[in-house]
Design a binder for this molecule. Structure first.
Ligand code: NAD
Length: 297
């Protein structure tokens, strides 16, 4: 068996098209333009690339983009003052503080200073609680993108065995909550789990968010399972160059799985598309306008 390849790039392009259409209706019918503010502290090269890409895609779908680049030695009080200003700015519907922050800044304190209705990353403690209790929340972008692809490729998820590898606050835990909400039987495995291969091989759905290159071999995958690979790892090749690989050994897993996301071109493109979707959702909620279908969980 060779798996169906889940094309995250194409999926994200379709989602962005839907978002752009909704934004044009928001502008035309209600005179509202969603706005996303991205805050970057310091000069981490990877973060700079992400922020540039987010800003570009925000503008491409017709939203306003506000970029705030602060020096690495910004004080906590200075950053909190900016967040307060963005919280009260009616043109800003979504606020994203690019992580990681420099070590002298308290990430939890900063994230929890964001107005939860503008917390388009879904990391504010209120949104974490709302998601865990099955209420209307802002949902973290990466797991939201994974869920959208799973719904598309599996149809109803009800009753399926889902195994999430990794228990981070940004991927593993919210992913597990979303799968539970869709009535999967969910197991979360992590670095201390015993019999990990055995548990993974019982899964109809595997979501790998480990951060270890090629961690999951094809032999762990149940034939026909749907495999979502969140991992992004850069590995050295023999010739001195590097390449990106996921947490799943794609070459062996695709021979067993029913459907699988590649790396790159799987979950990655969906993450930014879901950030745009969350900003539209936040804008609609702020203005008490109906939310478009298919943009949130
Ligand atoms: P993290 O380091 O915060 O968490 C990793 C998790 O994996 C931990 O819960 C840990 O218990 C588990 N783990 C580590 N070693 C293990 C082992 N040997 N066996 C079982 N479990 C083990 O990472 P994260 O932030 O959740 O990210 C995971 C991966 O996803 C990384 O490669 C990251 O770059 C990638 N990522 C991709 C996107 C995207 O948009 N595609 C977004 C976020 C994260």
């Amino acid at each position: 068996m060779t798996a169906q390849i889940i094309d995250g790039k194409a999926f994200a392009a379709t989602l962005r098209e839907k978002i752009a259409q909704h934004i044009s209706r928001l502008k035309q019918d209600h005179g509202v333009t969603p706005g996303l503010a991205v805050v970057l502290v310091g000069e981490d090269p990877a973060s700079q690339v992400y922020v540039r890409s987010k800003g570009k895609q925000t503008v491409e779908v017709g939203m306003n983009s506000y970029e705030h680049k602060l020096p690495a030695d910004t004080t906590e009080a200075g950053l909190l003052a900016l967040i307060h200003q963005l919280n009260t700015d009616p043109a800003v519907h979504g606020i994203l503080v690019q992580l990681p922050l420099p070590a002298h800044l308290d990430e939890a304190l900063v994230i929890n200073a964001i107005d939860p209705t503008k917390d388009v990353d879904g990391f504010h403690i209120s949104n974490v609680g709302l998601l865990a209790t099955g209420q209307k929340a802002m949902v973290p972008c990466t797991p939201l993108g994974c869920l959208m692809m799973l719904r598309e490729y599996c149809g109803s998820l009800s009753g399926l065995n889902a195994v999430v590898i990794g228990r981070s606050n940004i991927v593993g835990k919210p992913m597990a909550q979303l799968l539970l909400r869709d009535s999967c039987t969910v197991t979360v495995v992590h670095s201390r789990t015993r019999n990990l291969p055995e548990i993974v091989s019982s899964a109809d759905i595997v979501v790998a968010a480990v951060g270890r290159p090629l961690f999951v071999p094809g032999e762990w995958i149940k034939p026909g399972a749907t495999v979502i690979d969140v991992g992004i790892n850069r590995i050295e090749q023999g010739d001195g160059t590097t390449r990106l690989v996921g947490d799943v050994d794609y070459d062996t897993a695709k021979e067993v799985a029913g459907a699988i996301t590649p790396v790159p071109g799987g979950v990655g493109p969906m993450t930014i598309a879901c950030l745009l979707a969350n900003t539209v959702t936040a804008c609609c909620r702020t203005h008490s306008l109906s939310e478009p279908n298919g943009l949130t969980a």
